[in-house]
Write a protein that binds this ligand. Structure first.
Ligand SMILES: [Fe+2]
Length: 353
């Protein structure tokens, strides 16, 4: 195990209680892209709307709600912006979960990073400082597991031979800039050479999945133990009777896409499929068997149930996307994907007084 895997990998599942008698709600939103000031303003408004609605519900129904927010990556490539967005989120949400997307991995010239994995470690440190969870957490009060899944894409994940509108339109053009030259990750993400060569990672024709496998290895320590029911081997991990585990609600999330079916048949840029998904991610989700898996990255809202798993993308996106493909997200803000408030008894007896 190299030092990055050692440092970044969650060692076990954290157990966390909610205040006695509280209902629990889980909300999701991805791809906030808050390098744009208009998205920052939107986020502030959405958090305030959520605070107002939560207070109204509390007054009307007499129940306390523990609100959880999942952000599956792409807030910003700047740590300072990420910090501001987390701080804003903490005004309205009790627990925040996050996993870095590709934008967080950019080593821009204004930063001193020579490795995206060093930046990744600093992001985790920032998350620790702000109590943002980038590791799995189990809530015994409602038998709920929330599991961030680290991932990265590889071109060989895509096996389609479809052609995009752009490919049709430019088939005979001689001055088209190759996608590899335009895709910013290929220039700003820096990976240790012991994982794979730069040429393999940045080629859309490459069959390698070494970087995707490397990212998936961050999840293995806790995942393997959880699946094998060996959690009692480590005192800090969960200790549940099997029957409880069978009824557990599991919400996992990643930045990247697990299944090819979750990308539309036709895209504007066909090459985007080559930089979107991961087979090691797909395999880990199949092993974990969540009720819901939330992802991001493509900025295309998705709500599809495949083989019993609800796959969901709820992205804000940027510019035109907020007015078109992501307009519903733009209008409504984070989406509630779990709510046990109907099951929670109103215990204080003061409703209506
Ligand atoms: Fe992304």
């Amino acid at each position: 195990m190299d030092s990055y895997v050692e440092t970044i990998s969650p060692k076990n599942i954290v157990k966390r209680s909610v205040p006695l008698g509280s209902a629990v709600k889980v909300h999701v939103i991805s791809d906030l892209h808050c390098d744009r000031q208009s998205n920052v303003q939107w986020w502030k408004q959405m958090v305030q709307n959520h605070i107002n609605e939560s207070k109204k519900e509390q007054d009307e129904r007499g129940i306390q709600v523990h609100n959880i927010l999942i952000i599956p990556g792409d807030i910003s490539h700047q740590l300072k912006v990420m910090e501001n967005i987390f701080m804003e989120a903490k005004r309205g949400y009790d627990d925040i979960f996050f996993i870095p997307g590709n934008h967080e991995m950019w080593c821009t010239s204004s930063s001193n990073y020579t490795s995206s994995l060093d930046k990744c470690k600093d992001i985790n440190t920032l998350c620790d400082k702000l109590s943002v969870s980038y590791y799995p957490v189990y809530y015994p009060d409602c038998n709920l597991l929330i599991a961030p899944i680290w991932s990265w894409y590889h071109a060989s994940w895509d096996t389609t031979r479809r052609k995009s509108y752009v490919a049709y339109a430019t088939a005979n053009a001689s001055s088209v800039v190759p996608f590899e030259d335009k895709w910013v990750d290929f220039h700003l993400c820096k990976w240790p050479t012991n994982i794979d060569t730069h040429d393999e990672i940045t080629s859309l024709k490459s069959s390698t999945n070494k970087l995707a496998t490397y990212f998936a290895s961050f999840n293995e320590l806790w995942l393997e133990r959880f699946i094998n029911g060996e959690e009692d081997l480590v005192p800090e991990t969960i200790t549940l009777p099997d029957s409880n585990k069978e009824n557990m609600e599991i919400i996992s999330f990643s930045h990247f896409v697990p299944l090819q079916e979750l990308i539309p048949t036709y895209l504007f840029h066909d090459e985007l499929r080559k930089v979107s998904g991961s087979n090691p991610l797909k395999n880990q989700i199949h092993r974990l068997k969540p009720n819901t898996h939330v992802f991001g990255h493509t900025h295309l809202p998705v709500d599809e149930t495949i083989n019993g798993i609800r796959y969901l993308q709820w992205p804000l996106g940027t510019g035109e996307e907020r007015l078109t493909s992501c307009s519903k997200v733009d209008r409504t803000g984070p989406l509630c994907v779990y709510d046990n408030s109907d099951e929670v008894e109103i215990s204080n007896g003061f409703l209506g007084f």
